[in-house]
Design a protein around this ligand. Structure first.
Ligand code: LIP
Length: 318
């Protein structure tokens, strides 16, 4: 049986769903015990004080990694905390699980309920299985390539049938994030882009969109799941990582949405390289042409922001 035979995909999907539920229970228990005054989540800081990590992030990643290696010892693993510890990022054609134990760590620390465990699987480098579970709101998003995307395993995504027409960026609800790079250059560029998303078109701002509004959940994975639901029209973020998006990209694609590179280069319809750290997602619509039109309107106002991969002791190969 090949790794992407239908039986195998179902097996991987069922496994990832159960793993996300079990990991989600750990996250929920940590939040509950902190709220009840009995928890002791020590807040650790990475070098960057806006890129937080807690004991729970580490414990949940270890829990997931152990279960994965026990079940699929021959598979590869890329995880946020494993990367942070300096391990080599190796991306090959082998089945590779790409995991964020807590996407929305800042929310987790504050008790803001947009927190998710994100478990993706690539086969031949193609994102194929995606499971994102928010244990605080009890919302589980799942998808396997070719089999559709679901909320809580029963409700097919998007929520709107048929999807609402995508006419113009001025009618869109756009999600984006501050991100963890707070350098003046990056924040100025992001604020300028948000300014253009919101303001009326003028001589000084020829591509301004006067969009319906901006939303931010604090979780790349959940922003993408909102695109899959169809309740967010456009999501753009620069600076997040493959573990934030690998699972949710499958969910968006299986809902009929597209995810392309979120830079200001020429529009192309190629699925995004998950390692590019710049993502632009457009929700499902009745035709690809209208999705590309919205993407092209976004590209006109997206600034050039660099999001390099910092050197790590283990290095990269992808
Ligand atoms: C977070 C992302 C968020 C982004 C942050 C951070 P974490 O992931 O999901 O969208 O803006 O910079 O990367 O660190 O909570 O797993």
């Amino acid at each position: 049986m090949s790794d992407n035979s239908q039986d195998r995909l179902q097996e991987y999907l069922d496994f990832a769903i159960q793993l996300a539920k079990d990991a989600g229970a750990l996250i929920k228990a940590a939040v509950d015990s902190r709220m009840a005054g009995s928890g002791s989540n020590i807040e650790l800081k990475k070098e960057n004080p806006t890129d937080l990590v807690t004991e729970t992030d580490k414990a949940v990643e270890e829990f997931i990694k152990e279960r994965l290696y026990k079940t699929y010892p021959e598979h590869k693993f890329i995880g946020e905390e494993t990367f942070a510890s300096g391990a080599k990022t190796e991306f090959t054609n082998d089945p590779t699980w790409i995991v964020d134990p807590i996407d929305g760590t800042t929310n987790f620390i504050h008790g803001y309920p947009f927190v998710a465990v994100s478990i993706g699987l690539t086969l031949n480098k193609i994102p194929t299985i995606g499971v994102v579970f928010n244990p605080l709101l009890n919302e589980l998003y799942s998808a396997a390539r070719g089999q559709g995307a679901y909320l809580n395993q029963t409700q097919r995504l998007p929520l709107f049938h048929p999807p609402q027409p995508l006419t113009d960026l001025s009618h869109c609800l756009i999600a984006t994030e501050a991100g963890s790079d707070r350098s003046k250059q990056v924040i100025d560029a992001k604020i300028a882009a948000i300014h253009d998303m919101l303001r009326k078109r003028s001589k000084e701002s020829p591509y301004a969109a006067e969009a319906h509004s901006i939303r931010t959940t604090g979780s790349a994975a959940l922003n993408l799941c909102n695109v899959a639901k169809g309740i967010i029209d456009v999501y753009w973020e620069v600076g997040c990582w493959e573990w934030d998006v690998a699972a949710a990209i499958v969910i968006v694609q299986e809902s009929g949405g597209i995810v392309i590179e979120g830079d200001n280069d020429k529009l192309n319809n190629e699925p995004v390289n998950i390692f590019c750290r710049k993502y632009l997602a457009i929700r499902a619509a009745s035709d690809n042409k209208s999705q590309l039109e919205i993407a092209s309107q976004m590209k006109n106002l997206i600034p050039n922001i660099s999001a390099p991969r910092p050197p790590v002791p283990g290095g990269y190969s992808y």
